[in-house]
Design a protein around this ligand. Sequence first.
Ligand code: ATR
Length: 289
Amino acid sequence: MTAPSSQPGRYAVIGNPVAHSRSPQIHSLFARQTGIDLEYGLLPAPLDGFAAAVRDFFAQGGRGLNVTVPFKREAWQLAEANLSERARLAGAVNTLWQRDGALHGCNTDGVGLVQDLRRLGADLQGARLLLLGAGGAARGVLQPLAQAGCARLHIVNRTAERARELASDWLRASGATHPAVSAGGLDEAALGGPWDVVVNATSSSLADAPPELPAGLYAPGALAYDMMYGAQPTAFMRQAAADGAAHCADGLGMLVGQAAESFYIWHGVRPDPEPVLQALRAALAAPAR
Ligand code: ATR
């Protein structure tokens, strides 16, 4: 049963932990901007209780869920019968909704990344792109990056074998012959470079340490992009600037971009991410009280 139309639609982000999530703030700002009445909350789920929490949420009239760590893979399994192409190739779902009683899933992370790279002025058509990492975050952005028209995509990872597995899994699942995709260890990051865009999809910045990369990775005018974000430039951004990257950015714009795409899936309206990004950046920069 859906909620009566006079009531605001209920949305939430589900995760464990989830208290830190900025999604409620982002979706509330989008709602205000577009004049859509909605409630967007936090839904903590026990590690062994994700499926039950999702079922309860929709049974009680909830309209849509964003999914965060560590449940994106489980969300993919739950919505396996109705996955978007993006979600199928990403192997993970960050956006859930119900239609005719069935659960549907999409992954908007990669679209959010590509939109943010374009907002920052990166010309992806014909670009040489280096992707660092081979975990869920890297897997989730491969298809939109490949579809953005880049000429080469080189995936490197601390554990080289995982990068090779990711590249071959992806080539098999997508059937894509373009762009040329290669893979290796971090020490092979310069092979085929220098790079126009380098995307850090490792979690190394969580420990405030950059990945161990060789020098000389950046082509003139290159962009270094960290999918992590913070009040200060991340360790990867500092490393990239020292190695000659012309532009460095963190992943706050990707966060807002993926949320904008979820908002579009649920409401059919595209919000403007720019003012929301500015509000979040200002909040990050403000001293903690
Ligand atoms: P996520 O879903 O965020 O991608 P994950 O699947 O645990 O999380 O993957 C984390 C990624 O960050 C992996 O590519 C990991 O490298 P390994 O596969 O070798 O473990 C990478 N990573 C984490 N810490 C790192 C560090 N200090 N230096 C380089 N890579 C790191």
